[in-house]
Design a binder for this molecule. Structure first.
Ligand SMILES: [Zn+2]
Length: 573
């Protein structure tokens, strides 16, 4: 492709509404443009990168035995009512009526539609296993769309669904998809980690997320330095080995009310009373889809809402408003405590061994000291309810853990019979018995993968595309467009390389060298070939690899081979 023909509107300035690097660079490199909040048009450069990711996905899905289908974006409400998700999915689901007054939604996911297809077609165990996938646009009405393709409202996704006769088959399908996902992200040239994840509102029993590691990532990932344990922050289990000898030996004292005027935060309370955060117990009030609940955690710990949700088995969980806290505890936020509280109380396991706790007195400007469980209040259940911290140990092997940042690009779920039961998707087994089909579902954010690749691979000058997903593999920069020899050397190399199947961008603009270098760096083409009057006199061209900055002067005749070898090496074949 010639630069002068390419629709590539690059920007010098960082667009004001782009908060994260990938969004800034995708706008600046002319890869996409915003239509409206969370909805984007892909321009040629952006679309090429996306198509490359899609191609890798298709190849690996087919290799794993999945077959491509394409389902509609518009879905009837009836199916969502059958699965009981119409009422619980919330405002992310865009709902509307057609001219006959029938309810529809824009598909945020396709479990209902695919299960409806399968229940109509699969009759016997002979029809199973089956794995169907699509690459299609989803719509989720995010409350705060931001970060460009990272959290858009309309986005391209690969979603696959597996159907098996039994748990054993479903486990095999899950493994096979896990293998395919590892190959997909490896082939995209990304540094990633598969981590255990919470199943959230898709439901099901078992799940992993594929995270691209990047300091700018939204998600925290917990992993062991020794064994292969890795989980996202929501899911990460706490190693329960934390009860100290002192905690065993401390004797209970009597409870006392102390005045703590305007002292609310953990820092303020511990300083004011000269105690450590380990002595303080925080009482957090949550409202749920069932009754309100008080959750106790140690002063230096944070509640993990996903764990609380799972322990209570509730659909929704939200931190109570100031107003509700006042109503339930009789005190403003910051002074809640378990003593005398009439709502359900559950506590993190780390609270169990604490003697002589400090906690809010359910009264403005007052705390209790010397509080002891059993004597002063009761807890209905102890469970792992908190977020892991740097000082925790691996729940599997007890060694140290690391907390890194990542961007979720893929998610696989073992669904079990959740949807097949709700929608009556059954088959007849060898003995003629009707059985529910066991399902799995497997997603990849396609645009998000490109954005995550940029978050992981960039420098101050622009994008550094991994070769497998680069929109172009080589950019040729003739520095003097009015010099016949320079131009014909550039044209000749362009013909040679494209003839060999390389994807080449020829910067044939009559621009200053500085402008050409800047744009080449910004759009992140992996191999840059510079053709200048001076070196060409000696029959030389300069080849530079964007990722490492290594440059070499090569002979005009040898350039083709050097460049093709570089592409091959980077594509890993
Ligand atoms: Zn470990």
């Amino acid at each position: 492709m010639r630069y002068t023909k390419l629709f590539l509107p690059t920007l010098r300035e960082i667009p004001a509404d782009a908060e994260v690097i990938s969004h800034q660079l995708m706008l600046r490199a002319g890869m996409l443009r915003k239509l409206t909040s969370g909805i984007y048009t892909y321009l040629p450069l952006g679309l090429r990168a996306i198509k490359k990711v899609e191609k890798i996905i298709r190849e690996e899905m087919e290799r794993a035995g999945a077959q491509e289908v394409l389902m509609p974006t518009v879905q009837p409400a009836d199916l969502w009512k059958e699965s009981s998700r119409w009422d619980v999915y919330g405002k992310e689901l865009v709902r509307f009526k057609d001219r006959h007054g029938r309810d529809y939604c824009l598909g945020p996911t396709h479990e209902e539609v695919i299960t409806d297809l399968i229940r109509g077609e699969v009759r016997s165990y002979r029809d199973l296993p089956l794995n169907l996938y699509q690459i299609q646009n989803k719509f989720r009405d995010e409350i705060r769309p931001r970060f460009g393709l990272m959290r858009g409202r309309e986005f391209s996704m690969k979603d696959a669904y597996s159907f098996d006769a039994d748990e054993e088959g479903a486990a095999k399908s899950y493994q096979s998809m896990s293998g395919a996902y590892n190959r997909i992200f490896e082939r995209c040239g990304l540094n990633f980690k598969a981590v255990e994840a919470d199943t959230g509102n898709i439901g099901g029993s078992f799940s992993h997320e594929f995270m691209v590691l990047a300091d700018t990532g939204e998600d925290a990932i917990v992993s062991c330095v020794e064994c292969d344990y890795a989980a996202n922050m929501e899911k990460a289990e706490v190693n329960p080995d934390y009860i100290t000898k002192e905690q065993h030996e401390t004797l209970p004292v009597s409870m006392e009310r102390v005045s703590t005027p305007n002292v609310r935060t953990v820092e303020e309370v511990t300083q004011f009373l000269s105690v450590t955060p380990k002595q303080l117990v925080k009482t957090m009030i949550f409202e749920t889809s069932a009754e309100p609940v008080a959750v106790l955690v140690r002063g230096d710990h944070e509640v993990n809402p996903a764990k609380v949700k799972n322990v209570l088995g509730v659909e929704t969980l939200e931190l109570a408003s100031e107003e509700t806290v006042l109503k339930l505890t009789g005190a403003p936020a910051g002074f809640a405590g378990a003593v005398g509280l009439s709502i359900k109380i559950i506590a993190d396991k780390a609270v169990e061994p604490i003697k002589n706790m400090v906690m809010g007195a359910n009264e403005k400007d007052a705390h209790f000291i010397g509080v002891n469980r059993g004597r002063d209040f009761e807890v209905s259940e102890f469970a792992d309810l908190r977020l892991v911290t740097h000082s925790d140990r691996c729940p599997r092997c007890g060694k140290a853990i690391e907390i890194k940042r990542g961007i979720e690009v893929g998610h696989i779920f073992k669904l079990g019979d959740k949807y097949s039961k709700a929608l009556s998707a059954t088959y007849l087994d060898q003995n003629g018995n009707k059985r529910y089909i066991i399902m799995g579902c497997y997603g990849i954010g396609v645009g998000r993968t490109v954005a995550a690749a940029i978050e992981q691979n960039h420098d101050k000058n622009g994008i550094i595309f991994p070769m497998p997903i680069a929109p172009y593999q080589v950019v040729i920069l003739p520095l003097q467009m009015r010099d016949g020899e320079v131009v014909s050397a550039a044209e000749a190399l362009y013909e040679q390389l494209t003839g060999q199947g390389a994807e080449v961008l020829l910067d044939d603009r009559d621009e200053r060298a500085g402008v050409k270098f800047k744009d080449a760096d910004l759009i992140g083409v992996p191999v840059r070939v510079t053709i200048g009057k001076k070196s060409l006199k000696e029959g030389k061209l300069e080849v530079q690899f964007r990722a490492t900055g290594e440059k070499e002067l090569v002979s005009q005749e040898g350039a083709e081979k050097v460049i093709l070898d570089m592409i091959k090496r980077e594509l890993g074949n």
